[in-house]
Design a protein around this ligand. Structure first.
Ligand SMILES: [Ca+2]
Ligand SMILES: [Ca+2]
Ligand SMILES: [Ca+2]
Length: 398
């Protein structure tokens, strides 16, 4: 009951955000306007509200029917409903309600019909990745392994990975925070296919110990095309980074289906020591097929036995663990396990000598019914070997 109330509150809060966004950027008051705008990427993290502007409304004062389709011909209807035209200046709006889930990275089609039976053409839109477009690698205030300085990469969270659209990204890197003259830049880098993140390999060698600044922007219809904030990072020997032996930074969460229904959405709940409670707090539910990207406080080095301890809370779930040299990979698998309370992974399983970035992937089938705690429920990730050797970061293993 408690979680249901919380869910209702979060939906209400999200709806307030969505209506604000539409008021400023939806364009529903322009002549002939519809929302979502045809061919645009929209935020899948917000409940959707369809709108036809006052200029587009035919048969004023009558009911208008809205239909959402899974195909471009309008043959497969996945939701529909109607709304009376109240005569308001904003036109006619309809929301499919909370039972309809906008799945991230999915293309949808829709159409409306007025009270006299006249149909609009079929419009389309693309539901974004949950947190697409974020600069994630290196994170702001983060690190670059000095073993990568001759082949450094920058990484962005992909904005839309479904069919029908191919976003690109612009990258710039600077050696001064004034960000006036980039030491390297790339416009129109194609999005990596079949991945959560796009990495751009810089044609420069960075200085060991140097601090750099970078930014990214997204090129996709409907997505803000301004530069991201400037992220700074330091090139260093990652074995010398001191910090706690648990996941200390939440990098990215990529839910695949049920994100709008999941009530435990905070990546920060996977950080620190295990603290999930009987009141159902202190964990993130990853979603079926969802992925979670974390950075450890202290770099792990391989020792006899398993190093990584993943704490799972609600039930027994199937997950796979990877490690990589950056927040965005490339990823080396350490194996999969049914995880109840805690499960362990060994760096040696992947031939890895050290690591500080971890990717967890939920391996449950995606056909299940979405609910509050869909997918793995991650409470914490600990480094538990009690062994550390700075000499082990001397050369790259990937
Ligand atoms: Ca080991
Ligand atoms: Ca679960
Ligand atoms: Ca926790």
């Amino acid at each position: 009951m408690k979680t249901r109330i919380k869910r209702t509150l979060s939906i209400l809060a999200a709806m307030t955000l969505a209506s604000c966004a539409q008021d400023t950027g939806g364009g529903q008051n322009q002549p002939g306007g519809v929302w979502p705008p045809d061919g645009n990427v929209i935020q899948s993290s917000r409940p959707i509200q369809f709108n036809i502007s006052r200029d587009s409304v035919k048969s004023s004062g009558k009911r208008h029917t809205f239909s959402i389709f899974a195909d471009s011909n309008g043959a497969k209807t996945i939701a529909s409903g109607s709304m009376a035209d109240s005569g308001s200046a904003g036109g006619v709006s309809w929301s499919p309600g909370s039972d309809f889930i906008i799945e991230p990275n999915t293309q949808y089609w829709w159409q409306w019909q007025d009270g006299a039976g006249n149909k609009s053409r079929i419009y389309t839109f693309f539901a974004s990745a949950w947190q697409g477009g974020k600069p994630i690698s290196p994170r702001n205030g983060g690190f670059m392994d000095r073993n990568m300085r001759a082949a450094p990469t920058l990484g962005v969270s992909n904005v839309y990975t479904g069919p029908g659209l191919n976003p690109t990204y612009d990258f710039q890197i600077f050696d001064k925070p004034s960000a006036t003259a980039p030491i390297a830049e790339k416009m129109g880098e194609p999005q990596a296919v079949g991945d959560n993140h796009t990495r751009y390999k810089l044609p420069v060698t960075l200085s060991d110990g140097g601090t750099y600044y970078w930014r990214v922007r997204v090129n996709a219809p409907g997505v803000d095309n301004s530069w991201s904030r400037l992220s700074s990072f330091t090139v260093t020997d990652v074995c010398q980074i001191d910090g706690p032996g648990y996941a200390a930074w939440a990098i990215d969460w990529v839910p695949k289906k049920c994100a709008n229904v999941i009530t435990h959405q905070d990546m920060n709940d996977a950080l620190g020591l295990p603290n999930a409670s009987a009141e159902y707090t202190g964990f993130i539910s990853m979603d079926y097929g969802g992925e979670l990207f974390l950075e450890l406080g202290m770099t792990i080095t391989d020792a006899p036995g398993p190093e990584i301890h993943v704490f799972e809370f609600v039930s027994t779930e199937f997950l796979e663990v990877f490690v990589g040299p950056t927040e965005a990979g490339p990823w080396t698998p350490l194996g999969a396990a049914f995880c109840h309370r805690v499960c362990e992974f060994d760096l040696a399983q992947g031939g890895v000598t050290y690591a500080r970035y971890i990717r967890i992937r939920d391996l449950d089938a995606q056909g299940y019914i979405c609910h509050d705690t869909s997918g793995c429920d991650i409470d914490a990730v600990l480094w538990g070997s009690g062994y550390r050797s700075p000499m082990m970061c001397g050369s790259r293993w990937w």
